[in-house]
Design a protein around this ligand. Structure first.
Ligand SMILES: [Zn+2]
Length: 141
């Protein structure tokens, strides 16, 4: 008897918390989502305009506070504060070439040929393998 009572107390009807209209960080719950396994899920609209489906316990534990854009903003802010955007751009470019199988020297030749401005800002300067290597291995933090 005791067991049945406990079951009833923790059963679906009592476990179900209506979250519609609740706000969690940047998320506003707008609709009930489909359950994920046995967890209630909620469709939330983020302040940035995206919608995401989040599990109820993630919301209530405050694990999920946005569609993921908070994290993107934080990363963007960090990059803006501590990294030269031009360097980041060059680094990505060099990474792409590196991924396509070019050596540091070949990447340097490509950069020189394309007239990619060096970090000192001089147009049509010569790039060296060592500079590419430094660009790719130097930590932007
Ligand atoms: Zn968002």
């Amino acid at each position: 008897m005791k067991y049945r009572k406990n079951l009833a107390r923790t059963g679906n009807s009592n476990n179900f918390i209506n979250e519609i209209g609740q706000r969690y960080g940047k998320l506003t719950v707008i609709a009930e989502g489909e359950n994920y396994r046995n967890d209630a899920c909620w469709v939330c609209r983020c302040d940035c305009g995206s919608t995401v489906t989040v599990r109820g316990f993630s919301l209530r534990r405050r694990d999920t506070k946005s569609c993921g854009c908070i994290q993107k903003e934080t990363t963007a802010n960090r990059n803006r504060l501590s990294a030269n955007p031009k360097k980041e751009e060059l680094r990505n470019k060099a990474f792409d070439l590196r991924n396509s199988g070019l050596s540091f020297g070949q990447i340097a030749d490509q950069f020189t040929k394309q007239g990619v401005p060096t970090l000192s800002g001089k147009e049509s300067s010569k790039w060296y393998a060592s500079t590419i290597k430094w660009l790719l291995t130097n930590n932007l933090e």
